[in-house]
Structures are given as C-alpha cells and as structure tokens.
Design a protein around this ligand. Structure first.
Ligand code: CTP
Length: 424
C-alpha cells in the first residue's frame, strides 16, 4: 500500500493533485487492467487514492494488485460489518469520484439512481464531481439505451471522457476503447481543479522554427519546445481550450490540446494569426527565427557546388502585431531568451512588442532554458509586478506563468491599455 506521503513531497505541481482524495471505482471490463496504471500514476501525482472494485472487476484484476498500489486497501462490500456506512463516508470525503472503466451496467445503474453495490451507492451518495471513463464494445456503447443514459448523466453535470476509437477486446475494432491512462489522470486533475479557465481559449507556441536552406538542410536553434509544451499542459489542466502550435515532435497527452505542427516562422505566423482573434491568451514561448535563407534551393545542394555563403533575409516578427493590435481583454505573453543584460533587454522587448508579460531567461546559465528540463526565469509584467522564479522544473515554471496570467485576468488588465503600462 502506498500512503502517498512520499509522492506528496514530489507531487507534480502542474496537475495540482497533491493531497487530493480520489475515489477510483473500477468496474468489470477488460480495460480494468489499465486502471492499475491509472492508480499508480495518480499516486505518483500526489493524490490519495481510495480504490473501490465491483465484484465483476475482481474477475479482471486482482484486489491485491490495486491494494498494493493505492493509498488504502480495496473496498468492495456495501455490507461490510466493520464499516457499514463506507459509501456515505467515502462519498463525503472525496474531492472527485472517477469510474474507470465505466461499464454499460454502471452507466445504466447511475442513470436510474440504483444503489445495489458499493460503487453505485457511493456514486449516488457523493456531492463531489464525478468523471466516467467508459469502455465497452462498440455495439453496447452505440445502443440507444447506453446513449440515452449517457445523455442523462451529462445533463446532470457528470463528465464523460471517451471512449476512444481503436482496438477492442477479442480482436474487434471501433468506438469503445478506454482512453489512455495518461488522459484519464489528466481529466481527473482537470475535474479536481474545477476548470476555472473553461471559457478561455489559450494559444501556446513552442520550439525552434526550422528555416530551409534546401529540401534536406535547415537553419534552426536549440529550443526543445519543453517549456511551451508544459505551458500548454498547464493551460489545459485549468480547463482552457488549448491550441499548441509547435515545431516539436514530442508526444502531447491525448485530449489535452489541438496540436498544430509547423516548421518555419512563416508557418507559425499563419497558424497563430489565423486563430488569434478567438484567443483570450497568447503565449509565445517559441524561439522564432529572426532570419531565414532568402532563396532556399528547391533541390539538394551538392558538395561539388561548394556554396560559400547563405544569403539571409529577416522573418516577420508577428509578436509585434499580436501585442500592438490585440483585441480588448486579450493577454499577450512573450519570452525573451538572453545571454546578457537579461532584465533590461526583456523589458525593452515587452514595451516594443506591446506585451502584458514577458518571461525572461538567461540561457547562458547552467540548467536554464534550451534543451533542459529546468528553467530559471523572471516574469516581468506591464504593471511592474516582477516575479523571480529560481531554478526549477519547466512544469513548475509553467504554473508560475499561469498564476501571473490569472492575476492579470483578475485585474481585468488584458490589453485594453496597450500604451506600454506603468511597469516599463
Ligand atoms: N518572436 C516572434 N517572431 C519573431 C521573433 C521573435 O514572434 N520573428 C517572439 C518570440 O516568440 C518571443 C519574443 O518574440 O516571444 C522575443 O523573441 P527573442 O528571440 O528573445 O527576441 P527578438 O525580438 O528576436 O530580439 P533579439 O533576437 O534581438 O534578442
């Protein structure tokens, strides 16, 4: 059994699950084996996991397996003489109740208000948010009975994530697959956080652009995109509709964001500008090239040709456009990667580009910026409220940046005044 104490110490700040009580109800379907991985990930994220199993679930995974990984032993008896009111006690103490996998039977039980086992009784008794992760064969999922039950549960505010399309038990394929454990944990975290940004759209750019010399060679920079991806995850966990415009191939947890892959500064400009109007927040974490080859060759340059110089032309700095022409209420955030005069250079960029915030990092310092998992930044704000964030994980830095954006939202500051602000 994992008491969660050790995990609490290293709880992932971005998911915000530290010390949260998650009742994880596992029902009887083949996807129950994935609930084991979900349980482990929740505990790793710092949650206190209270596992419940239906009798049918124990036919698919061992009670001992789940008890060993969770924060408490598995409970499955509604009439346990040593704990006769477990369902109300667990229901009251929960921060969230997650059902993974949610079978057609438990969905039907919930929709009709039945309470004939510990899982269904806890679901009926709780006032905590409930999130279901359905998994079943496509025919069962598409049956009008299940669809009507699901619609009913949704109308009561119950969140239903998935099912996904893909391989199903018995070699079949279709809609009915449990979403991946990473997405389950992410959705539980988002539910626990209460989606404070649910009406917001956030665009985040990430990675270094790649400017072609010829079809096989590029000019690029050392940006890995890790900070931008962490920022997108931080926005999504707050419930924002998130659009990640990235040059990085790094995997993004499914269901987290609309991901737009781009290569060049011009591609990134097109991807961002075409979506900017509907964004409430734009975070330009990407390292956009300032110059590109003026005339990229349309065939591979052969070494016999001995090219001696590449003529460069400037790219367009579209952050200047975004900052100075934003719509009322929009918040625009830039990044400044510097190797000298960090704060003075960053402040000058914030003013000239008309930004609300700029995140300054000195990339010449060890462990800071490009390619590392850690970063050390100063967040400069137009209202003068500068915040220094000492060396820590890029996920923690992402949380700090989102806190500052949230503070500006609270002040109603985003951009109605684009004159440069008092902090400059
Ligand atoms: N940026 C942009 N388009 C460009 C260049 C930069 O949108 N063509 C954005 C970056 O995404 C970043 C901010 O502008 O948010 C600052 O980028 P940075 O490279 O630090 O500064 P530059 O303005 O390019 O100035 P310099 O290279 O002289 O430091």
């Amino acid at each position: 059994m994992n008491t969660g104490e050790e995990a609490y110490v290293r709880a992932d700040p971005l998911l915000g699950m530290g010390g949260k009580r998650v009742v994880l109800a596992v029902c009887g379907g083949i996807a129950a084996y994935k609930a084991v991985e979900v349980c482990r990930r929740l505990v790793d994220a710092g949650a206190h996991v209270v596992p419940l199993m239906t009798d049918a679930a124990t036919r698919f995974v061992g009670e001992v397996t789940l008890s060993s990984l969770a924060s408490e032993p598995v409970r499955r008896d509604l009439f346990d003489p040593s704990d006769p009111l477990a369902h109300t006690r667990l229901a009251k103490a929960a921060d969230v109740v997650a059902v993974c996998p949610a079978t057609a039977r438990i969905i039907s039980s919930m929709a009709t208000g039945r309470a004939d086992d510990l899982v269904s009784a806890t679901l009926l008794a709780t006032r905590a948010p409930v999130v279901l992760f359905p998994a079943m064969h496509e025919e069962m999922w598409c049956h009008p009975a299940t669809q009507e039950n699901v619609a009913r549960l949704r109308s009561w505010g119950i969140e239903i994530v998935g099912p996904a399309e893909g391989r199903l038990a018995g070699g079949d394929a279709g809609v009915g697959r449990l979403v991946e454990p990473e997405e389950v944990v992410f959705a539980i975290a988002r539910t626990v956080r209460g989606r404070p940004w649910k009406s917001k759209t956030v665009i985040v750019t990430a990675g270094g652009t790649r400017e072609p010399i010829d079809p096989v060679r590029v000019i690029t920079n050392r940006s890995s995109g890790k900070q931008g991806h962490a920022l997108a995850e931080a926005a999504a966990v707050l419930g924002a509709e998130t659009i990640l415009v990235t040059t990085s191939d790094a995997a993004v947890p499914p269901g987290l964001a609309e991901v737009v892959h781009v290569e060049t500064a011009a591609d990134m400009q097109q991807a961002v500008m075409s979506r900017a109007e509907r964004a409430d927040v734009i975070v330009m974490a990407a390292a956009v090239a300032d110059f590109r080859p003026a005339r990229p060759a349309d065939r591979k340059l052969k070494k016999e040709e001995r090219p001696t110089a590449i003529e460069l032309e400037p790219t367009y700095d579209f952050l200047v456009d975004l900052g100075n022409n934003r719509r009322e209420g929009q918040i625009v955030v830039g990044f400044a990667a510097e190797t000298e005069n960090l704060l003075a250079n960053a402040k000058a960029k914030m003013v000239s580009k008309g930004l609300d915030l700029i995140v300054a990092n000195d990339v010449s310092k060890p462990g800071v910026g490009f390619g590392h998992d850690t970063n050390e930044v100063t967040i400069l704000c137009r209202d003068g409220a500068d915040r220094r964030v000492s060396l820590r994980s890029k996920r923690e830095v992402a949380v700090a940046v989102m806190e500052e954006i949230e503070r500006l939202m609270g002040d109603g500051m985003g951009a109605s005044d684009s004159s440069g602000g008092s902090g400059t």
